[in-house]
Design a protein around this ligand. Sequence first.
Ligand code: SF4
Ligand code: SF4
Length: 79
Amino acid sequence: MTDKNNRTQRPFQIFDNCIDCEDCVNGCPNEAISKVDGEKTLKFDWTKCEGDRCTQCAEILCPASAIEMIPEPEEDTDE
Ligand code: SF4
Ligand code: SF4
C-alpha cells in the first residue's frame, strides 16, 4: 500500500467536464496533481494526496465540477 495518508476517499477526474484550466494542478497544496503531456488527463500522485482530509481540488479549486471524491479503492492499480 503506497497510501501514507490513510485516505478513505480520493479525487477522480470527470473528464468530460474538464475545461483544462489547470487550476487543480496549480492549487493542490501537496502538488499531487500533474498533467499528462499534451492531454487534459490528470495524473494524481497517490503518495502525496490527502484525499478526504483535503478535498480542495474537488470542492474549491475546480471551476467546472470536473473532480469528485470517490471511495478509496482497496488496492492501487494505476500507479
Ligand atoms: S484532494 Fe487535496 S491533496 Fe489530493 S489532489 Fe486534491 S487538492 Fe491535492
Ligand atoms: S481544475 Fe477542474 S477543469 Fe481545471 S484542469 Fe482541473 S479538473 Fe480540469
